[in-house]
Write a protein of this length. Structure first.
Lengths: 649, 287
């Protein structure tokens, strides 16, 4: 015999609008074993909590059911309430009648009926609940930051400055990310390298940061406080301990590859550093363009290297790190605009995308900062097309947020460096940020021609070969315009890195429809994810500018610190266990577990579960054909009883 | 048509060699039952046993069923027709036995017959393969040039039924079940001990041979065999009341193959399809 108390929350009107809450409480009072049932406006408020605690004492309750919002919101709150009143915290059941009932219907009959069914199931389940004790685990105090752009750099530095050890993983051969490709940054027009390279250098010099460039995460095991991460160090074919960065090799190398750093605008050597301020200042050999790897002989770099640092025998190696928390800051790619054939990118040499233009402006770029086009000429007229692929139902619906501002910056730089006419073709200018509207006004003054209308088509000019015609509708005058220009700059949608799916899989992250990583809560937990101990920062979460990215990075560092600054932490007691008498040794559990908790005991011929690794997701219990696995707090009996209760309706 | 006598002789010859040299302590094959038409599974453990080995068109039993009966044997030789070899592949994938602990005596066979009806056993009730997919020694000529019929062709009538008709069909069929569990006994993939249906806590289903319990037993068994059933058809032949269990297994196998591009037990390097995850896996199952 259980003594169950049922507490029905109105959540203001959130629940009471579509569920007759007092009827629900009355219904609960009539169920077997329920000794008290009450409804209240805000069960999570202090009077609501006190009511539960008092009733536990007064009615000697041994089970508590709260029918309210999702357990994600207040399970913790109510567990603490019943624990304070002397009950084991796992003797609580939450029935979610908000997200699962009142918010998904307008029909009060339907809502009330479903709430009753769920509540009935919960009463059946509550009877079978057993007290459990939480586990306390040790927490590893190190942090891994994945992605060495400005977000990763900032987060790594913040954490390292608090004394924590940080592993910064970057897949390129240098850190810096996209910000290092830029020339100037809006709205202040300060030089990007000037503000970024000190931070890059600080990373290199910091005693608490282990820099892992040319590395990719290949496996993630473990759980909050105790991640066990394998990183693949890609072969550089250069021994970085021996290399003294004389760069004699890069001078002699005959291999030519396409420079990803310069967005393919020029070629670079097979052995190369991406740019002069690269960190670390050490070259790598690109297999795909290296003469030795392609043709089997050359090895000129090896001959000129006085340090004997070239090592063609190098292989990818795997490094293992144990950390307490992870910050994912993998950044973005620009959308591939070639499929948007109306803009002719990739077909007409005069069409550029935004990152290419950044490189043209950059003094370390392919043209040493001179604005010359692929044919070597300086453009006389330039059209900048906003919202290419973004704010577009056919491609990406999201606004990429920074394009308006960098397009204004481009206009300014074009006006400064060339005598060209600059046209902005925009839907509307979004300049919401500190100093952004002022920057917009400044550019208007600079004789830049604004045409409110989306560029619809780019086509070669019939009269002047070499030139392009940009077509658009000027929605202010209502007229159709055809602009003869030399250069077209596309501002493409910002999209997640092409390998976002792999990263999401490795770290167990969910993504939105465009592939940006999902935060735990869009407003109140924008940096946390549904995976405990894994945080996100920067554009991998959604498009944003540098100030917002840096702010997020600092925030993510602080969030990671809340975990790694503790020595111990309490974990859920809801883990799985194997009943060896029933185990048939099929090892399904071993195969499906995302955390590597079950393992096969060859001697006994049965599976066992490492409880320290178990997150209690229940996957193993559901694939166990002989029901040998018991998921605590969600045992077969409890789940079946709940279903029985549900199906009485 | 396969020369069964020649295969029997080869089987005896190889079994003798293996037992004589003590390379294996057990050879799993067939022996005569109460008559020619009813051979039995047989474990030859000595050279003297070899003479008792038979092989004829009625040797249908899936010998992979018996592989786990000899935990002490370091190595086992097993006579394996096409379906048996596929079952062995699944058992190897599921780590119930190691490939290096097996000597697979592959038997290419066409013209196998059901002793009950004397009808040919073909792709209607089995996977319809003639040659073993995995073997160490092949005991006859590989069979080539036979016409191949998709093992799923027989599903045409079944698939023409709508949801209600299928439910009614299975309800009618499964109501016949007397819960003798012969299907489970014949199945090389049913190795769970205890089977879910024998458990008391929780009691997943009623144990009496009545409709709801029958449904629960068979539907759960179908589900447990999804992506694992190698379509030997033994369950249906073992069934004393003639339930066409193969239809459901074939249907599920077909969906698995369409969704994940892999049929059970065809390649050693495949992973068990329902407990493996690939990013490019079909999401259809969620729709």
């Amino acid at each position: 015999m259980s003594r169950i108390g049922v507490f029905v929350c109105h959540c203001g009107h959130n629940i009471s609008q579509t569920v007759r809450v007092s009827e629900l409480a009355h219904f609960a009072a009539g169920l077997p074993d329920v000794v008290v049932a009450k409804d209240y406006r805000f069960m999570c408020s202090t009077p609501g909590q006190d009511m539960i605690a008092n009733d536990i004492r007064e009615h000697r309750l041994d089970r508590v059911i709260v029918t309210a919002c999702s357990p994600l919101m207040h399970e913790h709150t109510f567990r603490k309430v019943i624990e304070k009143a002397g009950l084991n915290q796992y003797l609580l059941t939450i029935v979610n009648i908000r997200e699962q009932v009142s918010w998904v219907t307008d029909d009060i009959e339907e809502g009330t009926a479903k709430a009753k069914a769920l509540l009935n199931g919960a009463v059946y389940r509550a009877r079978l609940l057993a007290p459990l004790s939480s586990r306390v685990i040790d927490v590893n105090s190190d942090v891994m930051v994945v992605g060495g752009g400005i977000a990763g750099i900032q987060a790594a530095l913040e954490l390292a400055n608090t004394g924590k050890k940080v592993y910064l993983v970057e897949k390129n051969s240098t850190i810096g990310g996209h910000m290092a490709q830029f020339d100037k940054t809006f709205p202040t027009l300060d030089c990007s390298a000037c503000i970024l390279t000190p931070k890059m250098d600080a990373v290199l010099q910091h005693p608490n940061i282990t820099l892992l460039t040319y590395c990719e995460v290949s496996e993630v095991k473990g759980y909050v406080g105790n991640f066990d991460i394998t990183v693949r160090q890609k072969a550089r074919y250069v021994n970085h301990d021996k290399c003294n960065a004389c760069l004699a090799c890069t001078e002699k190398c005959p291999g030519k590859g396409i420079s990803g750093w310069d967005e393919g605008l020029i070629k670079r050597k097979a052995i190369h550093i991406p740019f002069p301020q690269a960190v670390p200042q050490r070259p790598v050999i690109d297999r795909d363009s290296c003469t030795y790897f392609l043709k089997g002989k050359c090895r000129l770099c090896e001959k000129v290297c006085e340090q004997k640092a070239i090592d063609f025998e190098q292989h990818d190696s795997f490094l293992n790190f144990k950390v307490g928390a992870v910050i994912v800051a993998t950044g973005y790619d620009l959308m591939d605009t070639r499929p948007l054939i109306q803009y002719g990118y990739g077909k007409y040499p005069g069409v550029y995308h935004a990152l290419e233009v950044e490189r043209l402006f950059n003094s370390a770029g392919p043209t040493s900062g001179k604005v010359t086009m692929r044919d070597g000429k300086e453009p006389q007229a330039i059209a900048i097309l906003h919202c290419v692929g973004s704010r577009d139902k056919n491609n990406y619906e999201h606004c990429s947020r920074v394009c308006c501002m960098y397009s204004l910056k481009f206009a300014h730089l074009f006006r400064e460096k060339t005598s060209a006419d600059v046209y902005q073709l925009y839907i509307d200018i979004r300049a919401a940020g500190k100093g952004y509207e002022e920057f917009y006004n400044r550019i208007i003054e600079e004789d830049v021609k604004f045409i409110r209308g989306k560029g619809t088509r780019v086509a070669p000019s019939a009269d002047e070969p070499q030139r392009l015609i940009v077509e658009a509708e000027d929605t202010i005058t209502g007229k159709f315009v055809r602009l003869p220009v030399d250069m077209v700059v596309l501002s493409p949608a910002m999209v997640p890195r092409s390998d976002y799916k792999e990263i999401a899989r490795l770290f167990n992250l969910s993504t939105d429809k465009n592939g940006f990583f999902m935060e735990r809560h869009p407003k109140l937990a924008p940096l946390a994810t549904m995976s405990e101990g894994i945080f996100i920062a920067g554009v991998c979460q959604s498009p944003k500018d540098i100030p917002d990215t840096v702010a997020q990075a600092n925030g993510a560092a602080a969030e990671a610190l809340t975990i790694v600054s503790r020595q111990k932490m309490e974990l859920e007691a809801t883990t799985a266990m194997v009943n060896p008498a029933s185990c048939c040794g099929c090892q399904n559990c071993v195969r499906v577990c995302p955390y590597g908790a079950p393992f096969f005991n060859e001697q006994k011929g049965v599976s066992e579960i490492n409880e320290a690794l178990c997150k209690g997701c229940g996957l193993c219990a559901s694939v166990c054909p002989s029901s040998a696995i018991i998921a605590r707090h969600f045992t077969n009996e409890q789940v079946l009883a709940e279903m029985e209760g549900l199906m009485e309706f | 048509m396969t020369d069964f006598k020649q295969i029997e002789n080869n089987l005896k010859k190889e079994a003798k060699k293996l037992l004589e040299s003590a390379e294996v302590p057990v050879v799993l094959a067939y022996t005569r039952g109460y008559d020619e038409k009813h051979p039995m599974p047989f474990a030859a453990k000595s050279v003297a046993d070899v003479e008792k080995i038979v092989f004829n068109e009625y040797c249908n039993f899936n010998m992979a069923r018996y592989i786990m009966r000899f935990p002490d044997a370091a190595k086992i030789a097993i006579a394996a027709k096409a379906a048996d070899s596929r079952a062995l592949v699944v058992l190897i994938q599921e780590e119930k036995v190691r490939r290096e602990d097996l000597v697979i005596l592959g038997i290419p066979a066409s013209g196998m017959k059901d002793p009950k009806t004397d009808q040919l056993i073909d792709s209607r009730t089995t996977g319809g393969l003639y040659n073993p997919v995995e073997y160490d020694i092949l005991l006859g000529e590989e069979i080539r040039g036979q016409k191949t019929v998709s093992p799923y062709a027989v599903l045409a009538d079944y698939e023409a039924m709508d949801k209600e008709a299928r439910w009614a069909f299975w309800k009618g069929q499964l109501d016949k079940c007397i819960r003798c569990y012969a299907c489970r006994k014949a199945c090389p993939m049913c190795y769970c001990d205890p089977c879910f249906i024998d458990q008391n806590k929780p009691r997943w289903a009623d144990k009496a041979p009545q409709s709801p319990g029958n449904m629960m037993y068979h539907l759960t068994r179908f589900h447990h065999l999804a992506g694992r059933c190698i379509d030997c058809g033994e369950c249906s032949r073992a069934c004393p009341v003639g339930i066409p269990l193969y239809l459901f297994h074939k249907k599920v196998a077909k969906e698995c193959e369409e969704m994940f591009g892999q049929a059970a037990g065809m390649k050693l390097e495949d992973k068990p399809v329902l407990v493996d995850f690939r990013v490019e896996d079909s999401d259809q199952i969620l729709k």
